[in-house]
Design a protein around this ligand. Structure first.
Ligand SMILES: [Zn+2]
Length: 382
């Protein structure tokens, strides 16, 4: 019976990216199965990992293949159906109410926010990745160090169209979370911007990694979030190949969380693994902090259940959210939703079986975590 709990609740995936619109070769599909987006070491394959077991087991039937289809057969069938059909099948089978999409990570390879909404046949809203706006500002070449702060703020504000519902920062992957969190002075920002502009001119590429500029970005984001009623998303833990794992624990963010608390805007901690238990405790302690276990339920393959069980240990049911962090492959939107639904239903079903919870309460908890909490904190309207 546990599998049916909350099965009809449509999900709000509050952190995902666009899908790849073109047909994928076996090599391209395989490379997409790596967090490093790089080929597997010679003599090995990215198919030999937990996430691919899950794709072969749970996604193959949606392409009319037997479960556990061989990798070659799987990708051949994908090409036979065509990317358009494949993407629609997976995104429409996931049971979404809305998608909140990070538009700033390698957008050239992915469909747009609007296109993702059409593919999934649900509203797709945008979350603006602040570092991408700062990088475009520097790459425009039209500013000097003294004009950086003003130009960045103007560009960020200009990006906030009516479809935007939140901001995000990837400070954890750039300057790490082991930094000072006080707002930097104007002189400090100008000096750091000068060094960045010089480096960008030399390398021909602007990648924001400086801690002073990240602090400036975070506090500007806090200011705008409060003004517009946006949450600010923070990438935490797993989710990018350039992390230093010992410096992306959300407990390192505590000074910022404490200082930002009085500003009363929601902060959402994304994916969080392997620090999801820390994130749950932080969500319990700080009224404006939320968290999810996105990304990892896909990549953990058959071990997905333990992660949900741990996420449910401590945090209020009103503070957890759903995300897939799907990027590129349509399978990841579907599989993320399936894993979330199954693991939450199983955990709650077990509590009912063990007489820890009345059966009537389970559907409401699925609704809170799957959609209502996101609807409460993001300005989604209706
Ligand atoms: Zn992410």
């Amino acid at each position: 019976m546990s599998k049916e709990i909350g099965a009809d609740v449509p999900l709000i995936d509050h952190h995902c990216h666009g899908v790849m619109p073109e047909d994928l070769t076996l090599e391209r599909f395989e490379d997409s199965l790596s967090e490093a987006f790089a080929p597997a070491p010679a003599g090995t394959s990215h198919w030999d990992k937990p996430v691919t077991l899950a794709i072969r087991r749970w996604c193959a039937p949606l392409l009319d293949l037997p479960k556990f289809a061989a990798p070659e057969d799987y990708v051949a069938r994908r090409r036979e159906l065509g990317a358009g059909t494949v993407n629609e099948r997976f995104l429409r089978a996931a049971g979404f109410e809305a998608l909140l999409v990070d538009s700033g990570n390698r957008p050239d390879e992915l469909c747009s926010v609007e296109e993702l909404g059409v593919i999934a046949d649900v509203p797709a809203r945008e979350v603006v990745r602040m570092e991408s706006i700062a990088e475009s500002t520097v790459e425009s070449g039209a500013i000097g160090a003294a004009g950086y702060a003003e130009a960045f703020e103007a560009a960020l504000r200009a990006s906030l169209n009516d479809n935007v519902v939140g901001l995000k920062t990837v400070v954890a992957y750039r300057a790490t979370l082991a930094i000072d969190y006080t707002p930097p002075g104007a002189d400090e920002v100008t000096q750091a911007a000068g060094a960045w502009l010089a480096e960008a001119e030399k390398s021909g590429r602007a990648r924001m990694t400086d801690a002073v500029l990240e602090r400036h970005l975070m506090w500007l984001g806090a200011d705008i979030a409060r003004e517009k009623g946006y949450p600010v998303q923070f990438h935490i833990g797993i989710g990018d190949p350039d992390i230093e794992l010992n410096k992306v624990d959300p407990s390192l963010l505590t000074p910022f969380l404490r200082a930002a608390e009085a500003w009363k805007f929601p902060i959402t901690l994304l994916h969080c693994y392997p620090f999801h238990r820390h994130a749950g405790l932080i969500a319990e302690n700080f009224p404006y902090v939320y968290f999810d276990v996105g990304f990892v339920q896909n990549w953990a393959g058959p071990s997905y259940q333990r992660i949900m069980d741990e996420a449910l240990e401590l945090a209020p049911f009103t503070k957890q959210l759903y995300s897939s962090d799907a990027f590129g492959l349509a399978e990841l939107y579907y599989l993320g939703a399936l894993r979330f639904r199954t693991s939450l239903a199983r955990a709650l079903g077990r509590w009912i079986d063990e007489d820890e919870m009345a059966a009537g309460e389970a559907a409401r908890i699925v609704d809170l975590i799957g959609r209502s909490n996101a609807r409460r904190i993001y300005p989604l309207g209706g």
